[in-house]
Design a protein. Structure first.
Length: 248
């Protein structure tokens, strides 16, 4: 039997958990970081919180007799991915990363690619703009350095404390978001710049397509470098790998 730990927090992790939930040849636990107050139903036993780095993760894998580790974290959760790669060097566990393909610009896109939120702030410039910050709550802090902009902030949970700027509007919601809905959102708030991550997938691509149709600039934070480990792109690829993987 495969005893599987899924490092989750993405739609793909949830989909994988649901696919595996009914099987009698696997025992699955899904790990969540705990940053979302009300996560969506997962379909398998869930643990919440960190592990204490790679050594803590290795200790957990040993204590729970895990023999397969699936890293299905967000493409920007590089710290967790690094911990996973180091943990399996300490203990005999197979590791597979589930990494959705990133978006690529197409004709009509107006992308400015930057390394991080601080560089995104610089790319916005000094003149006041109406900016859609489509980022996690942890990445908002640098933008308090530019209080001249009008910010629209969308998050799964309310932002607390709010960003310390005079002009900020908050909306909450959980994807997927359609292109039509995001076009209406951009129009309602007079958005002329979007700051976002290259998350990939369909759930949040609506804003990218909407920006293209409206000729709105997208300041795209590029993906961090992730560990060089075996990786696939889809849930179906993970299932196929599991069906052909030999346990240690």
């Amino acid at each position: 039997m495969h005893r599987i730990l899924i490092l989750g927090g993405t739609a793909e992790a949830r989909q994988l958990a649901h696919k595996l939930a009914g099987r009698d040849d696997v025992a699955v636990t899904l790990s969540l970081a705990g940053r979302t107050a009300s996560p969506a139903p997962q379909g398998v036993p869930v643990r919440v919180g960190g592990f204490g780095g790679s050594k803590g993760l290795a200790k957990y894998l040993a204590s729970e007799r895990i023999n397969v580790l699936i890293d299905a974290t967000h493409p920007y959760a590089s710290t967790m991915s690094d911990s996973a790669a180091r943990a399996v060097e300490l203990i005999d566990v197979r590791l597979l990363a589930l990494r959705r393909p990133q978006w690529v610009p197409v004709r009509g896109d107006r992308w400015t690619e930057v390394a991080d939120a601080q560089h995104a702030l610089a790319a916005l410039g000094k003149e006041p703009r109406h900016v859609f910050l489509a980022l996690g709550r942890q990445e908002l802090s640098p933008f308090k350095q530019a209080p001249q902009h009008h910010y629209l902030i969308r998050s799964v949970d309310p932002v607390s404390p709010p960003l310390a700027v005079p002009h900020a509007t908050y909306v909450t919601g959980r994807g997927p978001f359609s292109e039509a809905d995001d076009r209406a959102l951009l129009r309602e708030h007079h958005i002329n710049a979007i700051v976002c991550k290259n998350s990939g997938g369909d759930a949040t691509y609506g804003k990218i397509a909407a920006a293209r149709s409206m000729q709105v600039e997208v300041i795209m934070i590029t993906r961090p470098k992730l560990p060089d480990v075996p990786a696939v792109e889809t849930v179906e690829d993970v299932l196929a790998w599991l069906d052909h993987a030999d346990t240690p």
